[in-house]
Design a protein around this ligand. Structure first.
Ligand code: TYM
Length: 323
């Protein structure tokens, strides 16, 4: 199956990015044809410092490779290095109802807060549709928060196919049961824009401090607690084996424990879980030429795939094909 997904280089990737999306890229890469990219064009709607964007983009590539994305199995590239996608974005925009975009949450939320939104943010879902459709993607592994965007993609593709004839493959989203919506340190969805993230990489001591600051309820220690609705328990669940999860759940139900104990368990489990990736990342950092080479090769392969779809779309809607 053709799988595709992207991650924005807007800052350091966090547990939500990994357990919602990146882990799926890696699980899917053995038996599928994967296209995974760093969405720098999307990030440009929020990162307005050139150096930061450049640095974040390379860091995102390092992160993905360190976490196990294998360039021999999947294509890893930077979004802006495939200009075909931006061209397809324009074509799709001409058939996108304004009302559809007005209902999309990124734009709606910003407007609701009284913040000035730009056309880039408004059209964000159309660029995402172009990303997905440009590669004839069948499956899009993501977290819950991207589902609406994939619905928009399906709508736009269906409308185009209906009007101009069979052109685009209609993609499906895939989310995981545990991981579709990883909570942050405050119990809300973990998100770079809420300042509640736990990073995948970075100084262990600092991350441990952040873990110790995860909010908890103030019920007495003796009280029995239901584990399911508790975000600290949900975070523990991401890293632990079933047996440890059952033990922890039993401890919650018995009561008489301190949240500090659970936090310590989360810290230890997460450190062990990411230890190999952390080491691989350090190795890659001293081999940036290799990383650039991977991205160059990825962009070449991605462009080849996107050019086919773009030329099909241009032909079907009556545009002159590329010379
Ligand atoms: P971004 O960079 O915000 O997030 C990357 C991926 O991480 C997932 N994610 C989460 N999953 C579970 N729990 C969380 N707390 C959590 N936070 C983030 C996201 O769902 C996403 O899968 N618009 C996209 C990037 C993009 C894209 C695409 C994705 C651009 N074009 C085409 C798929 C297909 C974004 O902002 O992801």
């Amino acid at each position: 199956m053709r799988c595709l997904s992207g991650i924005q280089p807007t800052g350091r990737p966090h547990w939500g990015n990994y357990f919602g999306a990146i882990r799926q890229y890696i699980d899917l890469q053995d038996d599928n044809e994967g296209f995974y990219f760093i969405a720098d064009l999307h990030a440009l709607t929020t990162v307005r410092q050139a150096d930061a964007l450049r640095e974040n983009t390379i860091n995102a590539a390092l992160d993905l490779l360190a976490l196990g994305l294998d360039p021999k199995k999947a294509t890893l590239f930077v979004q802006s290095q495939v200009p075909e996608v931006s061209e397809l974005c324009w074509i799709l925009m001409t058939g996108t109802p304004m009302g559809l975009l007005e209902r999309c949450h990124a734009y709606k939320d910003k407007k609701a807060k009284g913040l000035a939104a730009d056309a880039g943010l408004f059209n964000y879902p159309v660029l995402m549709a172009a990303d997905i459709l440009a590669y004839d993607s069948q499956l899009v592994p993501v977290g819950q928060d991207q589902i609406q965007h994939i619905e928009v993609t399906r709508d736009l593709a269906q409308a185009f196919n209906h009007h101009f004839g069979e052109t685009f493959v209609i993609p499906k989203a895939q989310t995981l049961v545990h991981g579709a919506k990883v909570p942050g340190t405050d119990g809300e969805k973990m998100s770079k824009s809420y300042d509640n993230t736990l990073p995948l990489f970075g100084e262990v001591k600092r991350i441990r401090k952040q873990i110790m600051r995860i909010t908890t309820d103030s019920r007495p220690m003796e009280d029995a607690k239901e584990p399911e609705g508790d975000h600290l328990f949900q975070l523990f669940q991401l890293f632990a084996e079933q047996e440890q999860i059952d033990e922890m759940a039993a401890m919650y139900r018995r009561g008489g424990f301190g949240y500090g104990e659970v936090k310590k368990a989360v810290a230890e489990a997460s450190e062990a879980y990411f230890a190999d990736a952390r080491q691989r990342r350090a190795e890659l950092e001293s081999n940036l030429d290799y990383v650039h080479e991977v991205l160059r090769d990825g962009a070449r392969r991605a462009r080849e795939a996107a050019a086919l779809v773009l030329s099909r779309a241009k032909k079907n809607c009556g545009l002159q094909e590329s010379v």
